[in-house]
Design a protein around this ligand. Structure first.
Ligand code: FAQ
Length: 316
């Protein structure tokens, strides 16, 4: 009698992970893998669109037409990133409406960094240099994550993010060569954005509930602390080129480890911010909810148009 070899779906899944093959939407996947991806990708998408708010605040006040056009393009890019990411999450079986609902009712998180205010033009430079810099550090490895639609979306996002980072660096470089007041304004922005940028990488590995499993599933390729250290090492060097100091008296090159040592991070502040009590949490969520309500007529019009097209097509 002919023997048929039966391979369990989870064995196929693990085998694909081992061989660095991508998991695609129609492939079998363990339910917790699907849920982890939905959580991470949707929170990432929310971060992109909430991240438009602090910068959008400066489009009309950017110091020249050129700066306005650049900032406008950057903020539009963030909307595009949100779109690719929501689309990637939808392939896992969750609807766009459900994801928005989770953002609006506070069930889904978005990056802690976007709960801080943008107080001066130099903040746009600091966001580009530090926030986009941290985002790239975290997101380049995501181009190699095991879920195909997420990995592919990340390739384009990272290309655009590296432009954003340079844009911020260039704003700060210009200010660093400006008047004493401009230099002071830029240093103040760097001081305020440094520690929140360090928090973007998430809790320390020892208190990160998801890292170990996500590393096994090859969703994450580095731990939170590994990426944070890479970020510190790069920024410490770049700050010297810019001529700004980083607000950490314990930041110091360590020849033994080959890395910069840095001071303690205020995890109480991080926990407050991710639990809804940061300086701008309420303002950000109110703005997103208002955008949803204001957009109702657009959704209705799009649906009416689609229904009309369908009727026309059926009649043809
Ligand atoms: N903020 O166990 P872990 C950008 C939550 S996009 C808020 O370490 P995980 C572009 C975490 O969700 C920035 N919550 O979790 C831009 C979890 O809570 P949950 C966003 C945070 O997922 C630039 C809990 O803490 N980037 O900047 C944060 O393995 C300029 C336990 O944490 C991404 O989303 C945080 N910082 O690792 C746009 C990248 N950290 O869900 C506009 C993709 C942690 O159990 C302007 N995401 N939490 O309730 C990731 O790489 C990961 O999800 C981490 C967290 C690394 C963020």
């Amino acid at each position: 009698m002919e023997t048929v070899e039966i391979t369990c779906p989870d064995q196929v899944f693990l085998d694909k992970l081992d061989r660095e093959l991508k998991i695609e939407p129609k492939d079998w996947m363990p339910e917790p893998y699907r849920q982890t991806l939905i959580r991470q990708i949707s929170q990432h998408a929310h971060s992109e669109i909430v991240g438009m708010l602090p910068e959008g605040n400066w489009i009309t006040r950017a110091p020249s037409l050129k700066r306005k056009a650049i900032l406008l393009a950057k903020v539009q890019d963030e909307a595009g990133h949100g779109l690719y990411l929501y689309a990637a999450a939808e392939t896992l079986g969750i609807s766009r409406e459900k994801m928005y609902q989770q953002l609006h009712n506070g069930k889904a998180k978005y990056s802690s960094i976007f709960n801080y205010p943008t107080l001066s033009w130099a903040d746009i430079g600091a966001i580009g240099w530090l926030v986009d810099g941290a985002a790239i550090m975290n997101q380049v490895p995501l181009c190699r994550n095991s879920y195909g639609p997420y990995a592919r979306a990340m390739v384009r996002i990272c290309k655009e993010e590296s432009f954003h980072q340079r844009q911020g660096f260039e704003i700060l470089l210009t200010l660093s060569r400006g008047t004493p007041q401009q230099r002071a304004m830029a240093q103040d922005a760097v001081n305020r954005w440094w520690w929140p940028s360090m928090m973007m990488f998430g809790p320390p590995d020892a208190s990160s509930p998801h890292t170990q499993q996500s590393m096994r599933w090859k969703i994450k390729r580095f731990t939170n602390d590994e990426l944070r250290q890479k970020f510190v090492d790069i920024c410490a060097e770049q700050a010297t080129i810019l001529g700004f100091s980083l607000p950490d008296p314990l930041l110091k090159w360590n020849a033994t480890t080959g890395h910069f040592d840095f001071g303690p991070i205020n995890w109480d502040e991080f926990n407050q911010v991710i639990n809804g009590n940061g300086p701008c949490n309420k303002e950000r969520l109110d703005a997103r909810r208002k955008a949803w309500d204001d957009g109702e007529w657009v959704r209705e019009a799009a649906e009416a148009h689609a229904a009309k097209q369908k009727t026309k097509a059926a009649a043809a």
